[in-house]
Design a protein around this ligand. Sequence first.
Ligand SMILES: *[C@@H]1O[C@H](CO)[C@@H](O)[C@H](O)[C@H]1NC(C)=O
Ligand SMILES: *[C@@H]1O[C@H](CO)[C@@H](O)[C@H](O)[C@H]1NC(C)=O
Ligand SMILES: *[C@@H]1O[C@H](CO)[C@@H](O)[C@H](O)[C@H]1NC(C)=O
Ligand SMILES: *[C@@H]1O[C@H](CO)[C@@H](O)[C@H](O)[C@H]1NC(C)=O
Ligand SMILES: *[C@@H]1O[C@H](CO)[C@@H](O)[C@H](O)[C@H]1NC(C)=O
Ligand SMILES: *[C@@H]1O[C@H](CO)[C@@H](O)[C@H](O)[C@H]1NC(C)=O
Ligand SMILES: *[C@@H]1O[C@H](CO)[C@@H](O)[C@H](O)[C@H]1NC(C)=O
Ligand SMILES: [Zn+2]
Length: 402
Amino acid sequence: MRTILFLSLAALLLGSRADMTEAEEAALTDPTAECAYIPYPPVDNVVSSFPPTGTPVAAIMPNDAAGQATYDQMKANIPNIVPKGVNGTFTVNISKTYDPTDPDCWWTYSLCTTPKLAGLNPDIVAVPEPRTLGYGFDDGPNCSHNAFYDYLTSQNQKATMFFIGGNVMNHPLQAIRAVQDGHEICVHTWSHRPLTTLTNEQVFGELWYTIQLIKLVTGYTPTCWRPPTGDVDDRVRYIAQQLGLVNILWKYDADDWMVSAGEYTPAQVDANYAYLIANVSAGTFDTVGAIMLTHELDNYTMQTAVEKYPLLAAAFDVRYHIVPVGVAYNKTQPYVETNYTQPNFEQYVAARTGSGSGSSGAGGNPGSQSTSKTTGTSAGVSLWPPFAIVLALLAGSFMIWL
Ligand SMILES: *[C@@H]1O[C@H](CO)[C@@H](O)[C@H](O)[C@H]1NC(C)=O
Ligand SMILES: *[C@@H]1O[C@H](CO)[C@@H](O)[C@H](O)[C@H]1NC(C)=O
Ligand SMILES: *[C@@H]1O[C@H](CO)[C@@H](O)[C@H](O)[C@H]1NC(C)=O
Ligand SMILES: *[C@@H]1O[C@H](CO)[C@@H](O)[C@H](O)[C@H]1NC(C)=O
Ligand SMILES: *[C@@H]1O[C@H](CO)[C@@H](O)[C@H](O)[C@H]1NC(C)=O
Ligand SMILES: *[C@@H]1O[C@H](CO)[C@@H](O)[C@H](O)[C@H]1NC(C)=O
Ligand SMILES: *[C@@H]1O[C@H](CO)[C@@H](O)[C@H](O)[C@H]1NC(C)=O
Ligand SMILES: [Zn+2]
């Protein structure tokens, strides 16, 4: 009797969501359970120091001395460019009234990626390695991404993940999984608004709080970002560059987000993939590779990524040349902290060449060479049920023995 009592008590305690670890969360397969609120004290305890999720960051948070000091240091030199709207909404007719010579290098207007202002780095729109795809996904972490991340792990495939701060706040364990799996994490702003419509302080806040939260949750400070909808100009570029962020745009677009928005049919997304793949065959990337915009956004976009992966793998040099953007640039230290490394391009490809069909396990595990510890393979496996049973049994027998 007692054994049963203590067994269920212990299981109850261990199974309570408050104790859920990243590995336990990563083992969930029911999307509803994945998306349910999971208490996570390191984040729950700091919610009030971060802006509310889902709305544009209004200002630097009260008592954020570090944020204020960082902003004060750059603000006098922020280019004097008037915001192109308010709080995420463009000013009516702004694209008609805007100077057609594009003095701000405004991507949304002209696809400009070479800043007009001296001292600003050009945007990244492609990868330097031939016949290579810089593989990345926007708008995560999606709460129900386990099937997608499991698939990437099964293919021994890493990607660049552009995370929204509000999503990291709501689903921290999912963000931790991304790092555990060896993906490269970049910033995709706090509330996903077009940044050229925000004030200087708001742009700063959208980037700063996402950086701070990713650092708090994963332990690593990102050094790359992607502007929502690509909306960037020299004012926004300046602020991001001051925060140590490299801007990664794209040249190819799957438009995958538009399907759940009801603006596109899946056939149109298929055509976008076919276009990219046709360009591989046509030799378009024989000197410089490609970046295509795709999303972690929802089930459709993640499922599409899974279904298209074999096609991309066949097109881009039999899957070895699908790499996180940073890997294609030999960026072996993707974070500010120097104790995390990812392979350079040569190492990444060599490890995958050794992995044959790319199924998990074999040959090398590029992308998770963190000096410390776990590789992606451990993340998908939950150790807790047997552990809980053993503990429950121990507890039970201990009580009986007493
Ligand atoms: C912008 O939105 C924030 C909330 O995110 C609000 O506090 C602020 O008043 C808004 N600003 C304007 C100019 O509407
Ligand atoms: C915006 O464009 C519309 C249609 O071209 C025009 O009717 C309207 O006057 C414009 N508004 C402003 C403020 O320029
Ligand atoms: C994640 O994907 C699910 C399934 O498509 C969707 O219901 C949810 O809104 C998405 N968003 C986030 C933030 O997880
Ligand atoms: C890419 O492929 C499309 C469709 O096949 C073709 O029309 C286009 O010219 C190609 N672009 C380049 C740069 O090769
Ligand atoms: C999408 O949803 C279906 C149905 O729930 C599920 O079987 C599938 O695994 C999901 N795909 C991804 C990539 O999450
Ligand atoms: C990355 O390193 C390889 C050699 O390992 C070199 O061929 C390539 O040019 C480097 N790429 C960049 C962008 O530096
Ligand atoms: C990496 O270094 C940071 C300090 O820069 C430290 O806080 C963290 O614990 C280290 N992480 C690992 C996995 O060694
Ligand atoms: Zn986005």
